[in-house]
Design a binder for this molecule. Structure first.
Ligand code: 4NP
Length: 158
């Protein structure tokens, strides 16, 4: 099976996309799928910082280690370095579309939950503005999205 490269994209790269990255890395490995995953933010507001401590704690409670994450900003080479660039919400997708240099690059940017077939919700709610329950909900939604992602990649191999 060919290697695939997926980039998860949110706003700050300290909550949603780093969470999806670590959940995906673990579940893909368990599924025996050879896929490279990474994450970044459309903004550089938190570049160089670790993940939000509330996100780290909720991820740890579910067995996912976010302690080594460092935030970075989306840049143009991501369109050549990754096969699919998957945005957490429509604002993030607009950020990707702004940076895309060709129609082909535009087509490889999509909403994460749509691409994975979750569809409801279509946008990944940002827990940054809310309470601890929102971070726990984010972990559950990341697991759902990644389960859909694995289904999609398996279907593509059939
Ligand atoms: P993320 O969450 O995009 O899921 O990493 C946010 C992190 C930081 C901010 C907004 C959202 N902020 O406004 O700094």
């Amino acid at each position: 099976m060919s290697e695939r490269r997926l980039l998860f994209v949110c706003l700050g790269n300290i909550c949603r996309s780093p969470l999806v990255e670590v959940v995906a890395r673990k579940r893909l490995a368990e599924a025996g799928l050879d896929v490279v995953v990474a994450s970044c933010g459309t903004s550089g507001w938190h570049a160089g910082e670790g993940a939000d401590p509330r996100m780290v704690a909720a991820a740890r409670a579910a067995g996912h280690d976010l302690s080594r994450h460092r935030a970075r900003q989306l840049h143009a080479p991501d369109f050549t370095d990754y096969d699919f660039l998957l945005a957490m919400d429509r604002d993030n997708l607009r950020g990707l579309h702004k940076l895309a240099a060709t129609p082909e690059q535009m087509e490889r940017a999509a909403l994460f939950l749509e691409w994975t077939g979750v569809a409801s919700p279509l946008e990944f709610p940002d827990p940054w503005y809310g309470d601890a329950a929102g971070f726990t909900a984010a972990v559950n939604l990341a697991e759902r999205g990644v389960a859909g992602l694995i289904e999609r990649l398996r279907d593509a191999d059939r």
